[in-house]
Design a protein around this ligand. Structure first.
Ligand code: COS
Length: 386
């Protein structure tokens, strides 16, 4: 699956312009109001951003993974909250249906996802099951042709905006094999949202608890129709999600470097622009070299992702995805830190973008699998018997 080259050559510059002309100027509003303006969300729908990865047959644009990372790089060059509006929709929220759903599930949900009519969100994490996702406790008990769900999901991105969740619950015994993925409509009786989480950064993104009390979901809403496959669906979805977080990290690093070099050219100390001092140049140079290394890795993994049979799992690709997430998210952490350093005291002041990006970047090393989870996945694959 890929968008034809001519159309993509129009789409990518259009997204670059949208970021530069619409999103970057709205960053101050976002920071102040903790809200993405409604007119921007409408523009996103019109541009087709909600359907970037949904195949054309379901009304989307159908980007390949290699194209998707290029788009996410551009979206990474502004505040994370803008991408977050539609990011779960085209990413972890709907990919489970796309990868493992039945033809009926795809036909019912994907066209509404692509148009932006339906926001989907991914609900895996729980109060007692974060990194150890296979230990999740939310129970789904079969009663006739429905499952009854009870439990709490935590830190669920876009939950307040979601019309439906891809939600993992336990239908069987302990461990990964007892987990199923469900499509759970947000308006199901018994489903409640907690209050919005107050976060360190990424203002404008919405996360909260999703609380399930005797929520009845048709058995037909198990993704793929077969119980016990939900953990694998979640992991496969996260493989693609983690690569996209890596691309966003690279985009953000490039924006921080641009802000830093602009400041280094303008700011004068000791009678000259601070950019003329080699100690400032050294910080910029380290950031640029690390960015180029990370971005090369992300593009390489994306090409390999596209080359494997669609929706098949491949431990080697998963390992490479984890290398990309590990390197790119740690890299942008260092770049953000240097960005603040180049700005000196100004870097600690909220009106400068680097202060916000420093806080935004911190989450990239945590969500969709911490750095330590990526190390674990890489380590296991390296030590697996040949
Ligand atoms: N694709 C397909 N299948 C996968 C897979 C992948 N990427 N990764 C694991 N699986 C399969 C395994 O092959 C295994 O199947 P079998 O039982 O048939 O052999 C099953 O899933 C269980 O895998 P594993 O034994 O590796 O599970 P663990 O409990 O050891 O979990 C980690 C491994 C820690 C890597 C996993 O729980 C994880 O990624 N945790 C982080 C969760 C996360 O990212 N949370 C963020 C939420 S979204 S913001």
């Amino acid at each position: 699956m890929a968008l034809d080259i001519e159309s993509f050559d129009i789409l990518l510059p259009a997204i670059q312009r949208f970021v530069l002309e619409r999103l970057v100027p709205a960053e101050n509003y976002l920071e102040e109001h903790d809200e993405v303006p409604a007119d921007i969300i409408e523009d996103m729908k019109e541009m087709g951003l909600f359907g970037l990865t949904v195949p054309e047959e379901y009304g989307g644009i159908g980007l390949s993974v290699s194209q998707e990372v290029l788009v996410n790089y551009e979206l990474g060059r502004t505040a994370a909250a803008f991408r977050s509006v539609f990011g779960t929709n085209i990413g972890i929220g709907s990919q489970g249906i796309l990868m493992d759903g039945t033809p009926e599930q795809k036909a019912e949900y994907l066209p509404r996802v692509a148009s932006g009519e339906l926001i989907m969100s991914f609900a895996l994490t729980e109060p007692d099951a974060g990194t150890d996702a296979a230990s999740l406790k939310t129970r789904a008990v079969l009663e006739g042709d429905h499952y009854v769900l009870n439990g709490t999901k935590r830190y669920i991105t876009n939950a307040p905006r979601a019309g439906a969740f891809t939600l993992m619950a336990r239908t069987g015994g302990p461990g990964a094999g007892g987990v199923s993925s469900f499509i759970v409509p947000a308006n199901s009786p018994g489903l409640k949202l907690g209050k919005n989480d107050k976060k360190m950064g990424q203002r404008g993104t919405k996360t909260c608890d999703v609380i399930l009390e005797d929520v009845r979901v048709p058995a037909a809403n198990i993704i793929g129709g077969v119980p016990g496959q939900g953990f694998k669906t979640a992991m496969r979805v996260l493989d693609r999600g983690r690569l996209n977080i890596s691309a966003v990290s690279c985009g953000l690093a490039s924006r921080i470097i641009d802000e830093s070099r602009r400041y280094a050219r303008e700011r004068r100390q000791f009678g000259k622009a601070i950019g003329e001092f080699q100690l400032i140049q050294a910080m910029l140079a380290d950031s640029q070299a690390e960015l180029l290394a990370g971005w090369s890795l992300v593009k390489d993994v994306a090409h390999r992702f596209d080359a494997k049979p669609a929706h098949a799992s491949d431990p080697d690709i998963s390992m490479r995805v984890s290398c990309a997430k590990l390197f790119a998210t740690e890299m942008v952490g260092r770049v953000a830190d240097r960005g603040v350093q180049v700005h000196g005291g100004a870097g600690y002041i909220n009106e400068y973008p680097v202060e916000r990006f420093y806080r935004d970047a911190r989450l990239l090393r945590l969500y969709e699998g911490t750095t330590q989870v990526q190390q674990l996945i890489i380590g296991r694959e390296l030590l697996r018997a040949d």
